[in-house]
Structures are given as structure tokens and as C-alpha cells.
Design a protein around this ligand. Structure first.
Ligand SMILES: Cc1cc2nc3c(=O)[nH]c(=O)nc-3n(C[C@H](O)[C@H](O)[C@H](O)COP(=O)(O)OP(=O)(O)OC[C@H]3O[C@@H](n4cnc5c(N)ncnc54)[C@H](O)[C@@H]3O)c2cc1C
Length: 530
């Protein structure tokens, strides 16, 4: 069963060894374990629903609680501490397009706001109901979860939008195909959510982000159904599909998507390399990308992240041996780890890896074989469970991300990290910050920074700490002209910073488009733009 107040399934734990906790305590302090609320305590706080009765709407308290948040840090504080701003008034689980239309009709007639809900994995406040005089209704798409067709000649497949990552891949794999879209939230995130929040999977260098994988879709809006037709490409004016991508539930409810698929690759190889310093490591990944060496993934952990990963992974025999080997080769504690991989046929993977290895060696990298890469691949969806483990010991962890041209990468990392450090220094606390580059592009890279800190003495104090960091980092990103989101979307949390990126005319354009599809503003108000 899925945790109601944390990440993932209840019967899975991300266990850390004592040495890992000692490491964290040394970096940030001993942790503040909070008294979290029980589900039954929250149930008592849920007010009566303001919705009229309808056969497609559930109003029981547990449904409403579990659909009133996503997975942002603010959401975590809400479900851990019970300080909900607002509960959704009801939840609907449509099973087909006709039911989606009935819900939209009901919402229009009764001035109800609709919040489309895919897998509930949003980390930017996309799913919180607005405090409003009128009722909110969350539309959970999880029962629209079928593969409708597959066209092996065209390399396309049609899915209902509520299908989750594992079910989608299983359906395709059974037919010898794959989509290759793996955000770290893969276990729970849905196809509709990927499209609506413009997600990027860790194989984006090879398969592309969701915008490259989406061929067509259908959306039910307050102004009626709208269908993007299937073309491999089109020069027929502006692409309306681009408006649905990243629409964050504000245009309507995406019901079906046609995605571009490829036959299952014959080979998958993931390798690891270490660099003595992050400057040379960065040069290597940039050169690999700019020379068109078509790897499927690269993840370059800067020095602090490498140290963290090695420390949190404990003293396993293979790690101890690896460390001994690197020491023997003259590597100090400060080293950067590159994970890189390719999927494809035998001869291509071999030749691409050969070219990549050459660049890595040119910049002083030491290739350590497949062990770290295999470990990463096996455990890649486990890491989010660390959030549960750390919270229970009195620590918070959150991530921040942007994408930026190459000539601004160093400055942005430095400013982002400084802004986090300063936020904690002003309250006399320590913080552990670590960064990696992934989603490497020819013209720049995404920058992904994580930080671990002691929870506050209360849930409220914890939220205040986090809000300060979020604001300071968002300002640092905007100042360096990075995007306010490379992959997590805008939601509520990034909304105040969107105008810096789009300009006032851009925001007006988005607002006008929303009005065209949703004149009464009932679709997910308060997200993306005001
Ligand atoms: C641990 C963790 C790891 C993550 N890793 C990544 C990552 O690697 N890459 C990445 O890109 N993101 C990542 N995310 C963020 C998140 O998973 C993505 O934004 C994802 O695309 C959201 O999908 P979802 O189905 O959960 O959507 P939800 O969270 O349910 O909704 C997100 C937004 O999409 C809208 N929406 C959902 N379904 C529909 C629909 N059918 N029609 C219209 N609107 C809809 C919602 O209204 C909301 O505005 C991560 C999140 C977590 C918690």
C-alpha cells in the first residue's frame, strides 16, 4: 500500500548504516525528530464537503486528505504536521472520457474548481486546492490506465492518460517496445502528469524529454473536446501541442496520448568513471555532448555529491575496494563521479562507448567499469525513499533544479549553493549541499542541487526554513538567467518567478490561452500563473 504521508510503498525502506547517520550528524547536526500526526487526527479536522452530491464524486475524509497534497517539501510538512491550508472537497475517479465530460459539466454548472491528479508526485505545489469560497474537486485519473492500441509500423502507441510508468512500460515491453521515459518518480507518476508538467526522464539524452515522445493527445476542456492530430512533424503554424505540454491542469483534462515508441534495445551498458576535479569532469561531459557522442545518459556528481553518495552507501566491500583503488591512483577524497550509459544495438553501443571513454581519459578520468553504473541502474527508483528515512531521524532533504547555458553553469552552481548556505548561516545552522549535472545538452546542462538539513523544532519552523531557502535559490537562479524549472514544472512554488523567464507579454499570452479553453477559470486555479 502507498504511504499516505511520505514517499512510496509502505513495505519498502531505504536503510542507512550507522556510519551514514554519523556522517550526516557531523555535517548538519544531530537531527530534530518531530511528533508527526496520525491519519486519524487529520480525519477529525476535515470539514464537511461543499460539493453537491454526484454519483461520480467521493467525499470521504481519507480520500480528500490523500488528494490534497503532492510531494513538494511544503506538502510534506503539511501531511507530517497536519497543518493543511485547505482540503479538496471531493475526489472523482473517471473511468472513461464520457465520465470526464460529465465531471467538467458538473463543475461548470456549479462553479467548482477541478484539479486533475495523475500520480500525485508533483514537487512544486500543483495539486493543492486553493483557499476559495467555491468548492474544489480533484479528478484522479488512475482508472483511465489502459493501452488502447499499438502501431508497430508507425512506432506509436495510444494510452489513456492515467497510466503509471511501470504499467505503461510493461504493456510496451510485452510487445517488444519501450517508451524509455524514466523520471525518478516513475513508480507512481502518470503519462498525463508527464505531459502536463513537461517531465524529463534520466534517459532524456537518448530518448528525449516527454515533449519529444508525445506525438498527439486528446484533452477535455470546459469549452469542449480538443484533439491534436497525429503527424510525425508539421509546419502548419504554431504547434498547439506545445501549449498542452506544461499546461499543469489549467487547460483541461488530458485523456489520451499517442506516444512515440521504439523496439526494445538489445544492450544496456552503464559505467562509472572518476575525475580528480570537477572542472575537468565538466569539460569531459560537455565535449561528449558537443561532439555528438550519443550516450543515453550521463550524470556527473560534483565532489560533494560524490562524497555523499559514497558515505551514504556505507562500507560495502566493493566500495572499500573502489576507494582503495582510487587512492592508489592518486585520487584524494575530493573526486567527481561520472555515471554514463547507453542502450542500443551491440555495435552502436560499443563504438559510442569507445568514443566516450576516449574523451573521459583525455580529461584525466579513470574508468572503473560497470559496477557503479549497474548499482545506480538497479537502485535508481529507491533513492526517493531516503526522504522517509531521513525525516524519521529528524532531517529534511529537498532538491532544486534549473538548466543553464554552459558558460553560466559554474556561476549558477556557486550562487545556488551560496544562497542555501547563507539561508542556514543566518539562523546559525549547518547544511549539507551537493550538486550533479544530468540531462546534458549541447548548449548547456541541467543543474540539480540537493540539500540535507535539520528539521526545525516544529513543523511550522521547518516550513519557514524551507521557504527561505526556496526563495533565495529561486532568486539566484533567475539572477543567473537559468530557467525556473528544467523538469519539475511551475505549480505554486515557482509561479512568482515565471515572469522573469517569460516576460509580461509571455504571461499575458499564457493567460489568454487559458481563458480561451477555460473562460470561467475553473481548471486548477492558482497554478502556473495567477
Ligand atoms: C521522488 C520524485 C522524483 C521526481 N523525479 C522527477 C524526474 O526525474 N523528472 C521529472 O521530470 N520530474 C520528476 N519529479 C516530479 C514529478 O514526478 C513530475 O512532475 C511528473 O511529471 C508528475 O506526474 P504525476 O502523474 O504524478 O502528476 P501529478 O503530480 O498528479 O500532477 C502534476 C500536474 O499535472 C497535472 N495533471 C496530471 N494529470 C493530468 C491530466 N491527465 N490532464 C491534465 N493535467 C494533468 C496536474 O493537475 C498537476 O498540475 C519527481 C517527483 C518526485 C516526488
Amino acid at each position: 500500500m502507498r504511504r499516505w504521508n511520505g514517499w512510496g510503498k509502505e513495505n519498502f525502506e531505504y536503510n542507512l548504516e550507522d556510519s551514514a547517520f554519523d556522517y550526516i550528524a557531523e555535517k548538519v547536526g544531530k537531527g530534530n525528530v518531530l511528533n508527526d500526526v496520525e491519519l486519524e487526527d487529520v480525519v477529525k479536522k476535515v470539514p464537511e464537503s461543499r460539493l453537491l452530491k454526484h454519483n461520480l464524486i467521493l467525499t470521504d475524509a481519507k480520500e480528500r486528505i490523500t488528494h490534497s497534497t503532492g510531494q513538494s517539501f511544503a506538502d510534506w510538512v503539511m501531511f507530517k504536521g497536519g497543518g493543511y491550508d485547505q482540503f479538496t472537497d471531493g475526489v472523482s475517479y473517471p473511468e472513461n472520457e464520457d465520465e470526464v465530460k460529465q465531471i467538467i459539466k458538473f463543475a461548470k454548472e456549479n462553479k467548482v474548481s477541478l484539479i486533475p491528479y495523475g500520480g500525485g508526485t508533483s514537487v512544486t505545489g500543483h495539486l493543492s486546492p486553493e483557499k476559495s469560497k467555491t468548492a474544489n474537486l480533484t479528478v484522479d485519473m488512475s482508472r483511465m490506465n489502459r493501452m488502447l492500441s499499438i502501431n508497430k509500423e508507425n512506432f506509436t502507441a495510444v494510452f489513456e492518460a492515467g497510466i503509471k510508468g511501470p504499467d505503461l512500460e510493461a504493456a510496451l515491453r510485452a510487445e517488444g517496445f519501450t517508451l524509455g521515459h524514466y523520471p525518478q518518480s516513475f513508480e507512481y507518476a502518470s503519462l498525463g502528469g508527464w505531459v502536463a508538467a513537461r517531465s524529463a526522464g534520466h534517459f532524456s539524452m537518448g530518448y528525449g524529454r516527454i515533449e519529444r515522445l508525445l506525438q498527439a493527445c486528446k484533452i477535455e476542456t470546459p469549452e469542449g473536446s480538443y484533439k491534436i492530430l497525429e503527424f510525425p512533424a508539421s509546419a502548419a503554424g504554431p504547434d498547439i501541442k506545445e501549449l498542452i505540454l506544461g499546461s499543469e491542469g489549467r487547460l483541461g483534462i488530458i485523456t489520451k496520448c499517442t506516444v512515440r515508441i521504439i523496439p526494445l534495445p538489445k544492450k544496456e551498458i552503464f559505467k562509472g568513471a572518476f575525475f580528480k576535479d570537477e572542472k575537468n569532469a565538466k569539460k569531459a561531459v560537455k565535449e561528449i555532448s558537443q561532439n555528438g557522442i550519443s550516450l543515453t545518459m550521463m550524470r556527473l556528481s560534483y565532489e560533494k555529491e560524490t562524497a555523499n553518495m559514497l558515505a551514504l552507501n556505507g562500507e560495502s566491500l566493493s566500495l572499500t575496494l573502489l576507494n582503495k583503488y582510487l587512492k592508489f591512483r592518486g585520487f584524494s577524497i575530493n573526486k567527481s563521479m561520472l555515471l554514463y550509459g547507453i542502450v542500443g544495438d551491440k555495435s552502436t553501443t560499443k563504438s559510442v562507448l569507445k568514443r566516450a571513454d576516449r574523451v573521459i581519459k583525455k580529461y584525466g578520468g579513470i574508468i572503473v567499469g560497470e559496477t557503479p553504473g549497474k548499482h545506480w541502474h538497479k537502485k535508481r527508483f529507491d533513492l526517493p525513499y531516503l526522504r522517509n528515512t531521513l525525516w524519521d531521524k529528524g532531517y529534511g532533504i529537498d532538491t532544486l533544479e534549473t538548466a543553464i547555458p554552459w558558460d553560466m553553469v559554474d556561476m549558477t552552481i556557486s550562487d545556488v549553493e551560496k544562497s542555501i548556505t547563507n539561508s542556514f548561516e543566518t539562523i546559525g545552522e549547518k547544511v549539507s549541499i551537493f550538486t550533479h549535472l544530468s540531462h546534458i545538452y549541447k548548449t548547456g546542462s541541467s543543474v540539480y542541487t540537493s540539500y540535507i538539513f535539520e528539521l526545525g523544532k516544529s513543523h511550522k519552523e521547518t516550513l519557514d526554513k524551507w521557504l527561505k531557502v526556496k526563495e533565495a535559490v529561486s532568486e539566484a537562479i533567475v539572477k543567473n538567467k537559468g530557467t525556473i524549472s528544467h523538469q519539475h514544472g511551475v505549480g505554486k512554488d515557482h509561479l512568482p518567478f515565471l515572469e522573469a523567464e517569460k516576460g509580461s507579454l509571455g504571461i499575458k499570452t499564457i493567460e489568454n490561452i487559458l481563458k480561451t479553453f477555460d473562460p470561467d477559470g475553473i481548471m486548477n486555479p492558482g497554478k502556473l500563473v495567477k
